[in-house]
Design a protein around this ligand. Structure first.
Ligand SMILES: Nc1ncnc2c1ncn2[C@@H]1O[C@H](COP(=O)(O)OP(=O)(O)O)[C@@H](O)[C@H]1O
Ligand SMILES: [Mg+2]
Length: 297
């Protein structure tokens, strides 16, 4: 049951699979008010010798307040670049990005880079309280807030430990605690579980859904793992490479809360096959070389 519904504003199609119709989805998102994250017409070119390489081409995405949205696509399609632009760490060559309705992006979201970036010379607690230090929160208050969140994230007792002493899953939870303490509602997570073994990854995904629900956060997550994207998200944007672009938007009509076993249901498997088909189709599309490389004037 595949239905292709053309989108009014952006160029990419919305390709629903299953019971959720365009109208239902539209209504559900519309009820949530204006988008927390909006990316419109974003282009990013990087210099490459005498030419430029187009890393992102005419990207249009939105994330509603409280929504969980994923970006999936092959390595090199520009997922990390897009997230850094939303975080305000890079400027787009063209286009517009707003976070929380404001013009200033830097500091408007909590950004977790692809590597956890915990500082090895600071204890877990001192790593987690960094964003509070930057904001000038007094040390005692920062440490109390940090310790409380570590406790909530299952890291109680590890406040004084060095990052090197933590397992991969614990490091990611510490990194996420630091991201949450930025105080931003919008969380930008770049492959947070990429380095974890499969079982730890499943535990962490389930845990992240719990955190997202409790915090009422808005999440934009990058992953190349289709199952992870479907299990976690309300919607998935499928990206393709050279140039990096959005080829489809897929609403995920799975009920919440989602038990981990939902990935074993026939509907989930069908959704995954649907996503895989979209990625294959976009990869097999002939490339337009003049679209990816432009001679610099
Ligand atoms: N700072 C940079 N300078 C030049 N090219 C870059 C830079 N950052 C990313 N790119 C290029 O942009 C493309 C997208 O990269 P990236 O966003 O890391 O993809 P992904 O995260 O999807 O794997 C790649 O072709 C990469 O080589
Ligand atoms: Mg990346």
């Amino acid at each position: 049951m595949v239905s292709i519904m053309s989108r009014r504003k952006s160029g990419h199609p919305i390709v629903a699979f299953g019971p959720l119709t365009w109208d239902e989805r539209d209504e559900r998102v519309a009820r949530q008010g204006p988008p927390e994250i909006e990316v419109a017409g974003v282009v990013k070119d990087y210099p490459l010798g005498a030419t430029t390489v187009r890393a992102l081409d005419d990207i249009a995405i939105t994330v509603a307040p409280g929504e969980f949205v994923s970006l999936v696509g092959p390595s090199g399609c520009g997922k990390s670049t897009l997230l850094r632009i939303v975080a305000g760490l890079e400027e787009p060559t063209a286009g517009r990005v707003t976070v929380g309705g404001g013009g200033r992006r830097l500091g408007a979201s909590g950004y977790m880079p692809q590597r956890d970036m915990l500082l090895p010379w600071r204890t877990v607690l001192d790593n987690v309280t960094l964003p509070l230090e930057y904001r000038g929160v007094p040390r005692g208050a920062a440490r109390r807030a940090g310790a409380a969140l570590l406790e909530e994230f299952g890291l109680g007792g590890f406040e004084g430990a060095w990052p090197a002493a933590l397992s991969g899953g614990m490091r990611q939870r510490a990194a996420l605690a630091r991201t949450v303490l930025t105080g931003s509602r919008a969380l930008l997570l770049d492959e947070p579980f990429g380095a974890l073994d499969a079982l730890t990854r499943l535990d962490m995904q389930e845990w992240l859904l719990g955190v997202w629900t409790r915090l009422g956060a808005t999440v934009l997550l990058v992953t190349h793992n289709l199952e992870e994207a479907l299990y976690l998200s309300d919607r998935v944007y499928v990206m393709a490479a050279r140039p990096g672009r959005v080829v489809a938007e897929v609403p995920v009509a799975l009920p919440r809360p989602r038990p981990a076993e939902i990935v074993a249901t026939p509907y989930f498997a069908a959704l995954k096959g649907h996503l895989l088909g979209l990625i294959r189709a976009s990869r097999d599309r002939p490339l337009a070389p003049d679209h990816t490389l432009e001679r610099r004037l």
